[in-house]
Design a protein around this ligand. Structure first.
Ligand SMILES: [Zn+2]
Length: 260
């Protein structure tokens, strides 16, 4: 790690809370003064090592959530920023041992925190979230939350619970939010989502039930759309200006696969 830290090509991301330091549309990657506790993120395609550190900034930081869904950064930069945000957030919130309350120390280049008092090692966690398109013949079930932009619909999603299989989590979430009982569940793809440390697991579920009972605490609405309509929503060409998730979001990918 020391060799990599001292490499002239090393890049450093400053993260604090939900923001990252940028200059216009580019990440600021200069080595900071004074030095900080660095988390090693890995080497990029050009073999430059990347690090992240947590520090408040006098400059305004760029909000990470909209950045993740924008076209400002390359795919590689997006995944580096996602990893940085997730790890830095974990360090910011795990300064004290959950076992004995003593202050913990960063080790293993940021992938572990060690408690010098009770010797417990703490590791960053990943929280699995299932996100699914439900199919009934030619139709696809999508929902919308009140907080979303008007006219936007997307896949139903929710955190997996301890002891659940993927299939059980998909069936439970779809039933809880829409009252629909699903049968076969197929895994499509996954995407790390660093708010704070989720792994979004995209699935397609099949059902023969058309009736929907929306859980209004979770969703503002849920309804069936024809495949043709979902296609238009993904391309932002729907005649009623309805939209679906943007291309960088896994929901977009799951819906595209569900159309096939
Ligand atoms: Zn301890």
């Amino acid at each position: 790690m020391l060799t990599k830290l001292n490499a002239p090509a090393a890049k450093f991301l400053q993260i604090h809370g939900d923001g990252v330091l940028m200059n216009g549309e580019s990440l600021v990657v200069a080595r900071p003064e004074p030095a900080a506790d660095y988390v090693y993120l890995g080497d990029d395609e050009k073999h430059a090592p990347w690090f992240a550190y947590s520090r408040p900034s006098n400059e305004p930081l760029t909000a990470l959530r909209p950045l993740m869904l924008s076209n400002m950064l390359s795919r590689e930069e997006l995944s580096i920023v996602a990893q940085a945000r997730s790890l830095v957030h974990w360090h910011e919130r795990h300064g004290f041992c959950a076992n004995c309350g003593h202050a913990t120390q960063m080790s293993d280049a940021g992938y572990r925190r060690h408690c010098p008092s009770c010797k417990t090692d703490h590791f960053p966690r990943t929280d699995p979230v299932v996100i699914m398109a439900v199919r009934h013949g030619d139709n696809i079930l999508l929902g919308r939350q009140k907080a979303w932009a008007p006219g936007m619909y997307s896949c139903v999603a929710g955190f997996m619970e301890p002891g659940e299989t993927l299939e059980q989590a998909v069936a439970r979430e779809v039933f809880e939010e829409t009252g629909v009982v699903v049968g076969k569940v197929t895994y499509v793809a996954s995407q790390p989502w660093p708010f704070p440390s989720s792994l979004m697991i995209g699935c397609i579920a099949e059902t023969d039930q058309a009736e929907i009972i929306v859980d209004e605490k979770e969703l503002e609405n849920a309804r069936w759309f024809s495949r043709a309509e979902v296609g238009l929503m993904l391309e932002q060409k729907h005649p009623e200006k309805l939209t679906a998730s943007m291309p960088h979001a896994i929901a977009h990918h799951v819906m595209s696969i569900a159309l096939q």
